[in-house]
Design a protein around this ligand. Structure first.
Ligand code: TYD
Length: 209
């Protein structure tokens, strides 16, 4: 078992992850706990180079499999060079996204299916988070917009993708129930912060942190 503690934040774009990660940093600093914060894709020089490739708007012809493998490669580097060493030193590691994002975006969004998880387990040598906060909005909201609004082709493709990603995150919450805490992203920032800190305090206490 890791000596440290590994926390990840997940959820669709715009669900408020970064604000909560800032709050968590303040909390950990106040408690004087040694922590490392990373973001995905990125977090090492090589991972940032892969990030640039992934987010380059000119790479419109990237195949879904290439995309999935690049996210996994970026993650492999981050785990080996940053996350695992920090955990071995007993630190608390907080990551903005981890392989649950690949399950949701590539596995569900891009229809690559469950093999995405296998590729990722290989990439990270089976390192799973101890605790994951999934900031969720309901896929129903997206579904009703799809049904009701008069959308052009690109808009409806975009919404269809978002809907599949949300369904992917719902499946992550189900499959990894033992570590995933689903947070209603429509609550106020402060309410969410309090829920997260409360949950973390409970787990830290159990672990004697
Ligand atoms: P980023 O600018 O970091 O977005 P955010 O602030 O919402 O995290 O870009 C990350 C994008 O990459 C985001 O749209 C989610 C996507 N992504 C995947 O498709 N698969 C993955 O494995 C990861 C980590 C991210």
């Amino acid at each position: 078992m890791n000596r440290g503690y590994f926390i990840t934040f997940e959820g669709p774009d715009g669900a408020g992850k970064s604000t909560q990660i800032e709050y968590l940093k303040e909390y950990l600093d106040q408690r004087g706990l040694d922590s490392v914060f990373t973001r995905e894709p990125g977090g090492t020089r090589i991972s940032e180079q892969i990030r640039d490739m992934l987010l380059d708007k000119e790479n419109t012809d990237m195949s879904a499999r290439t995309e999935a493998l690049l996210y996994a490669a970026s993650r492999a580097q981050l785990v080996e060079k940053v996350i695992q060493p920090a955990l071995d030193q007993g630190k608390i590691v907080v990551s903005d996204r981890y392989f649950d994002s690949s399950i949701a975006y590539q596995g569900f969004g891009r229809d690559l299916g469950p093999k995405v998880l296998q590729v990722n387990k290989f990439a990270v040598k089976d390192l799973e988070p101890d605790l994951t906060f999934l900031m969720m909005i309901s896929p129903d909201d997206v579904r009703s917009r799809l049904d009701q609004e008069n959308l052009d082709r690109l808009e409806s493709e975009d919404l269809e993708f978002k809907k599949k990603v949300l369904e992917g995150f719902e499946s992550v919450a189900e499959e990894f129930r033992f570590r995933v805490r689903v947070i209603d992203a429509t609550l106020s920032k402060e309410e969410i912060r309090d829920k997260i800190i409360q949950e973390i305090e409970w787990h830290f206490k159990k672990r004697g942190i």
